[in-house]
Design a protein around this ligand. Structure first.
Ligand code: NAI
Ligand code: MG
Length: 479
């Protein structure tokens, strides 16, 4: 772990194993942090906040973030390799994630000097201002699907805002963030500003939420844990932002460009092995093109190159853990009872090791089926036919989630109508998944609340203070 600028073990001495999902081999052991370690990290973060960080200039914070971005770029290949060995994802995707992480730090480096307050006109002889202040120590709990990128999405805005941080990577994928930590000091980050604790959710994540000196929790992960966090945070009325899962609809009208549509359906759900919060896992297809669309998707899915992420030609790696593979396999069994299989449906042949699952397409899926309602978080597409626009919208919004959605059509009027009617925090037209660091990211309904990225991201780490300066020299004159 990395606490107060030093790599340390857990106070208990306990460790846990970290695996390569392609070989099932242990590639590292990490300290299994618990409440005592979280307390040490929180103390370091609190001391750093009041001991100088709070008063650091925005320019200085910005420069540090630019340097972190530069270090990620300089170490891109090494960090991408670590990311792939630890998460299973294709190396090309890891390289993309490293670039994206660098851009994220850079974006917030630039934003640090643009966090402005406001002057408010009031009827009295006074100057009234709203100023922004850092919340203090932030707690950040990270998932395993985009390990460094999700950390960057949270660290960038927290540092730009002037907060200090206790961050916990997912127990499956702690290595890329730990690898980056050795550069923090060289980038000018004082000890204690970013503290990394490693460990399991209940033992190491829950104490972050419960710690009284941690003022805000930012979480990305399952809805189940999101609820636990909200309940626990309620005791201290702690600020919470939650980016939870989804069951996002990817809607294809008959007038969409057929080839682009097929490509977009596959990309929407199979990228990163389907371990994507915004995965387009419900593919809604208009009746006129339904049969042809299912056949074309199935034919193409069967050509996806599954293999170790570290091999450059791989397009789909293994899932992150044996647990996740078993969870997804469980849904494949459920799906075979609920719908028809167009492609995949099992474990690919030819691998003696590795937590692989075949890219799978179910069709004739009823939107009420479990494979249409529950987040699977693996390479599983559920195709659902629809009649017309109203029918598509009815199905699309019939989910407790509301993270993302996409609509494919050549009709700009229809595209706008559907875009506005979809209950989702992110809506793409004629694409699915491009994620812009400048634009807001987050969900409606049970996909959580709060927004990451762009200027919205930094707001989550700021308090707003009203300051009233009386300019009237006379006494109030009331008594
Ligand atoms: P999870 O929600 O349990 O884990 C995410 C993070 O939360 C990890 O760092 C974990 O250690 C931490 N955590 C777990 N329990 C905690 C607790 N009681 N208090 C504080 N922190 C805790 O996700 P898991 O179990 O790895 O995956 C289960 C499902 O969650 C997946 O199948 C997927 O559907 C969903 N998920 C969604 C993600 C997203 O990007 N929205 C990312 C990861 C998982
Ligand atoms: Mg869990």
């Amino acid at each position: 772990m990395f606490i107060n600028g030093k790599f340390v073990n857990a106070k208990s001495g306990k460790t846990f194993d970290v695996f390569d999902p392609a070989t099932e081999q242990v590639i590292a052991t990490c300290p299994a942090g618990e409440a005592a370690d979280v307390a040490a990290a929180a103390a370091a973060a609190k001391a750093a906040f009041y001991g100088g960080w709070k008063a650091t200039s925005a320019q200085e914070r910005g420069r540090i973030l630019f340097k972190i971005a530069d270090r990620i770029r300089a170490r891109r290949d090494e960090l991408a390799r670590i990311e792939t060995l630890n998460s299973g994802k294709p190396i090309v995707e890891s390289e993309y994630d490293m670039d994206d992480s660098a851009v994220c730090f850079e974006y917030y480096g630039g934003l640090a000097t643009k966090i402005n307050g406001e002057v408010i006109p009031v009827p009295t002889n006074a100057m009234v201002m709203a100023v922004k202040e850092p919340m203090g120590v932030a707690g950040q709990i990270i998932p395993w699907n985009y390990p460094l990128a999700m950390a960057a999405w949270k660290l960038g805005p927290a540092i730009a805002a002037g907060c200090t941080v206790v961050i916990k990577p997912a127990e499956q994928t702690p290595l890329s963030l730990l690898a980056l930590a050795k550069d923090f000091e060289a980038c000018g980050l004082p000890p204690g500003v970013i503290n990394i604790v490693t460990g399991m959710g209940p033992e190491c994540g829950a104490p972050i939420v419960a710690h009284p000196d941690i003022r805000k929790i930012a979480f990305t992960g399952s809805a189940e844990v999101g609820k636990l966090i909200m309940r626990s945070a309620a005791d201290q009325l702690k600020r919470v932002s939650l980016e939870l899962g989804g069951k996002s609809p990817n809607i294809f009208f008959a007038d969409s460009d057929f080839e682009a549509a097929v490509d977009g359906a596959l990309f929407g759900v199979f990228i990163n092995q389907g371990e994507v919060c915004s995965a387009g896992s419900r593919v809604l297809v208009q009746q006129e093109i339904y049969k042809k669309f299912v056949d074309a998707c199935a034919a193409k899915a069967k050509t996806i190159k599954v293999g170790p992420g570290i091999e450059r030609e791989t397009k789909m790696g293994p899932l992150v853990s044996a647990e996740q593979r078993d969870r997804v396999k469980g849904y494949l069994d459920i799906g075979k009872k609920e719908a028809k299989v167009a492609a995949g449906g099992g474990v690919p042949k030819g691998f003696s090791k590795g937590w692989y699952v075949e890219p799978t397409i179910f069709y004739d899926v009823d939107n009420g089926a479990r494979i249409a309602q529950e987040e699977i978080f693996g390479p599983v597409m559920s195709v659902i036919p629809f009649k017309d626009e109203a029918h598509a919208l009815e199905i699309a919004n019939a989910t407790p989630y509301g993270l993302a959605a996409a609509v494919w059509t050549r009709d700009i009027f229809k595209a706008f109508r559907v875009t506005r009617a979809l209950e989702a925090g992110i809506v793409w037209v004629n694409h699915m998944q491009p994620t812009m660091l400048e634009a807001p990211w987050g969900g409606y309904k049970m996909s959580g609340f709060g927004r990451e990225l762009g200027h919205w991201g930094v707001e989550e780490y700021l308090e707003t203070k009203q300051i009233y300066i009386n300019l009237d020299e006379a006494p109030i004159g009331w008594y």
